[in-house]
Design a binder for this molecule. Structure first.
Ligand code: UDP
Length: 301
């Protein structure tokens, strides 16, 4: 999902792109339109296996890893390995090509916290036994590994802590809240609200996210940095908003809140604004309109 949008931007900027994916959560349909582009190639490969390239690589965008709780909890050991061993393999590739490497980390590294908005250097409390730990701990060890490579081998590394992102090409069955709600509304199913729906998230539209990552790649900033949107909304309000846009008659179906589901998520973007000269531009309403249009297209075939 993110990778396909990033590739579109890189190709538009005149770069050559080699896309690597094992298709665990990725979807070939998202890159189908690039089939005839001579500056684009695709390899089905799992980054748990080491990578070699005879072509000189200048930049590595490491977005590998499932990001939806449903998918990353489906195979926790794999999630940990992709983030640790996979990152290790990509760092070695970066080292052998002396290329820059950008890592997609996550807001999950903040765990459950009473500090809002979430700042990059605040203390965190995370349980290693949480069902979410395979992802949050995997991302945390990857951040540490990346920093160790930077110090030891003088690599140019970047770490983006990505908050909830949505938009066209997000798999409709991915299990995340925006794709779930839109799918349920379009199909006339009940909207599944986990818990009382008062938990919040701050949703970033995909084009903003890609701009943020691109700016980060071009800076020398190597500390972890938040990329997201500051517009915070409760899940229940999000449900109402999507309902009004698609079908007001849809019924809400309250279900059990998953264990350790964070109560509030809102990024502090001070560092991104200062060091990347970047801030998101698309409001939630605008982004939802574009996303709903995309999913309607899928449903109408
Ligand atoms: N959620 C929900 N209904 C759904 C899917 C998710 O109420 O059908 C809630 C979920 O419990 C969480 C929030 O929406 O509080 C965001 O979930 P998502 O899986 O999109 O991302 P997360 O931020 O949890 O990684």
């Amino acid at each position: 999902f993110l990778g396909s949008h990033l590739i579109d931007k890189l190709l538009k900027d005149g770069q050559n792109v080699l896309c690597i994916d094992n298709l665990y959560s990725g979807n070939l349909h998202n890159i189908k339109h690039l089939n005839k582009n001579k500056r684009f190639s695709f390899i089905k490969h799992d980054i748990l296996e080491p990578l070699h390239s005879t072509v000189l690589i200048e930049k590595i965008w490491h977005l590998a890893s499932p990001a939806s709780p449903l998918l990353y909890q489906n195979d926790p050991i794999r999630t940990i390995r992709v983030n640790y061993e996979g990152t290790f393999n990509l760092l070695n590739l970066a080292k052998s090509h002396n290329s820059k490497i950008l890592f997609a980390s996550t807001s999950e590294v903040y765990g459950e916290t009473k500090n809002y908005p979430q700042e990059e250097d605040m203390p965190v409390f995370l349980s290693t036994f949480s069902p979410r730990a395979c992802y949050s701990e995997g991302k945390r060890i990857a951040e540490t590994l990346i920093n160790s490579y930077r110090e030891k081998y003088n690599l140019e590394t970047k770490i983006a802590r990505i908050f909830n992102t949505y938009g066209p090409r997000l798999n409709i069955n991915d299990g995340r809240v925006i794709s779930n709600f839109i799918r349920q509304c379009l199909k006339g199913d009940k909207l599944t609200i986990y818990g009382d729906g008062n938990q919040t998230r701050s949703f970033c539209y995909v084009s903003d996210l890609i701009e943020g990552l691109s700016s980060l790649m071009e800076t020398n900033y190597y500390y972890p940095i938040n990329i997201g949107n500051e517009e915070e909304i409760s899940i229940i309000k999000l449900a109402e908003l999507i309902k009004t846009k698609i079908n007001k008659e849809i019924i809400l179906d309250y279900q059990k809140l998953p264990l350790d589901d964070p109560e509030r998520r809102k990024p502090c973007l001070d560092k991104a604004k200062k060091y990347l000269n970047w801030s998101p531009q698309i409001t939630l309403v605008e982004g939802l309109n574009k996303t709903i249009k995309y999913y309607r297209g899928i449903f109408q075939g």
